[in-house]
Design a binder for this molecule. Structure first.
Ligand SMILES: Cc1cc2nc3c(=O)[nH]c(=O)nc-3n(C[C@H](O)[C@H](O)[C@H](O)COP(=O)(O)OP(=O)(O)OC[C@H]3O[C@@H](n4cnc5c(N)ncnc54)[C@H](O)[C@@H]3O)c2cc1C
Ligand code: FES
Ligand code: FES
Length: 474
């Protein structure tokens, strides 16, 4: 039985269809039609809802796309939709602000924008315009324009909104804490609560869909019209949701969300944290995980090239058997990995995290916010006395898998840190990849952009500080 709170109302669903999305359940089952369906692919934000969950004993609210979320992922959480904001016949302060600020024309995006802003107002995050823009990056408004929306919401930031949800937070937290841990439906949706139980489930059902955040899995299944006989979800496996630092070593659980990773790496690997501000949208980062991003094996996945430049290793588990492999050996072809049936990524391991001061992660895409990479460059050079001692250069978006540019790296190591070296490395880079041509860009564009990014990196290391990208940190 899957149990959660719909606002304050307890919900328990038996024999849950593992493919049922929160959007369909809300609109078709509950007739809560305030949550809109725009794209059904996670791109427009019209379906944004808010999930309340207990994190270290505290109630935290995060936005999510209902079209990408399965009902099984609600287990043990509180679901809030736009219908839950107005109380006792009075609009929520956010709704009043949007209405009085003329921040809605056709209104189709408005419920989603309201829920994204609600999550921000309850987060205690900084009151800056940049933070607000970051929260709204996954909400598409095609007619009002963003200025009135931002102007309407901004005055409410900075202090936690005093509404009924804030007043009831202790009560809500107590009700979530009292909820029975959910082990899912024995038949169709399994929610193991430890890594050992997860390993056991996957051995028993190697054909089951392994669900982390579902931002790829749910979308791919919907696009292919594929239904799952069985889902194994890893949301209750605490071991996989932790990030541990031991000296210079970092061990990241595969189910750590991209939002938590961005926060955790702010001090340790700032360039990685900054790059994640350009990964999808808040809604996607709030539920999408690092392990899911790597296992998807997308040629344009952003975390793989970044981690290749950091020499990451993966800890894989199948049953009782653990093995570690370098990420550089994980991908075997387009959307292919070395994972065996029944095997999963347990942790992502980084050594020497403090030795990446020159790491730069540059994403080139058509839009700044909520867009997939056309080319992603991960550049990490260590130099001493003007000589390059070590080079890790990796790219996404160039070929069928994220990959290191080995010839380029070889052309850099042992050479002086100067323009001639980077020119030679650029020529070597041409031999590393035969780039793909697709709707995003031609092979020629990708080749040129990759070489330009390498050249820019060389100039930056040589002292041209004005070439530093500074707009990531919002
Ligand atoms: C609107 C939108 C924008 C996006 N933008 C970006 C972007 O800018 N950059 C980018 O890189 N990606 C982007 N993505 C892709 C996606 O969000 C990421 O790949 C995400 O990190 C996937 O993680 P998940 O937890 O949702 O994985 P899921 O969808 O749950 O899983 C993805 C795949 O990995 C498998 N899997 C999950 N966890 C494990 C594990 N621990 N071990 C083994 N296999 C596992 C699943 O079985 C499935 O096959 C975007 C997606 C959407 C919908
Ligand atoms: S309907 Fe567009 S993001 Fe969900
Ligand atoms: S008000 Fe029409 S899409 Fe935003």
């Amino acid at each position: 039985m899957t149990q959660f709170l719909l606002n304050q109302q307890p919900v328990a669903i038996d024999n849950l269809d593992p493919d049922l999305t929160v959007l369909d359940w809300l609109r078709l089952g509950q007739r809560r039609t305030g949550t809109k369906e725009g794209c059904a692919t996670g791109d427009c934000g019209a379906c944004t809802v808010v999930l309340g969950s207990l994190e270290a004993g505290e109630l935290r609210y995060r936005s999510a796309n209902a079209c990408l979320l399965r009902v099984a992922q609600l287990a043990g959480k509180q679901l809030l939709t736009v219908e839950d904001l107005a109380e006792d016949g009075a609009l929520h302060p956010l709704q009043t602000a949007l209405s009085c600020g003329h921040a809605s024309q056709c209104g189709f995006c408005t419920p989603g924008i309201t829920m994204s802003a609600f999550a921000l107002c309850h987060s205690g995050e900084s009151a800056s315009r940049e933070t607000l823009i970051d929260h709204l990056g996954g909400n598409l408004c095609r007619c009002t324009g963003y200025r009135p929306i931002i102007d309407a919401v901004q005055p409410l930031l900075g202090q936690r909104v005093q509404d009924g949800h804030a007043a009831r937070a202790p009560e809500t937290a107590a009700r979530l804490a009292a909820m029975q841990p959910d082990s899912g439906e024995p038949g169709r949706t399994l929610l193991p609560d430890s890594a050992a139980a997860l390993a056991d489930c996957l051995l028993r059902y190697p054909d089951a869909g392994l669900l982390a955040g579902g931002t790829d899995l749910t979308l791919d299944a919907a696009r292919a019209g594929r239904r799952h006989q069985r889902i194994v979800a890893l949301q209750n496996v605490d071991e996989l949701r932790q990030l541990r630092r031991d000296g210079d070593r970092l061990e990241i659980g595969a189910a750590v969300t991209l939002t938590d990773l961005r926060h955790a790496l702010r001090e340790t690997i700032p360039s990685f944290s900054e790059m994640l501000s350009r990964f999808a949208s808040r809604q996607v980062r709030n539920i999408g995980t690092l392990g899911g991003n790597l296992a998807s094996a997308s040629p344009v996945g952003d975390c793989a090239p970044a981690l290749l430049a950091l020499d990451a290793r993966l800890r894989l588990r199948r049953g009782e058997v653990l093995r570690e492999i370098p990420l550089a050996e994980f991908y075997t072809g387009y959307r292919q990995t070395r994972l065996e049936p029944g095997e999963f990524i347990s942790h992502i391991l980084l050594d020497e995290v403090s030795r990446a001061p020159n790491l730069r992660l540059w994403k080139v895409s058509k839009r700044r916010d909520d867009d997939i990479s056309t080319v992603f460059a991960a550049l990490n050079i260590h130099h001493e006395d003007g000589i390059i001692r070590r080079a890790r250069i990796a790219f996404g978006g160039m070929v069928a898998t994220p990959a290191r540019a080995r010839r380029c790296e070889a052309a850099l190591v042992g050479q002086p840190l100067d323009a001639a070296t980077f020119a030679a490395a650029g020529a070597a880079l041409e031999a590393d990849f035969s780039p793909l041509s697709d709707v995003r860009a031609s092979a020629g564009y990708r080749r040129q952009v990759a070489k330009n990014l390498l050249r820019r990196y060389g100039l930056l290391l040589a002292g041209c500080a004005e070439l530093e990208v500074t707009d990531y940190g919002r």
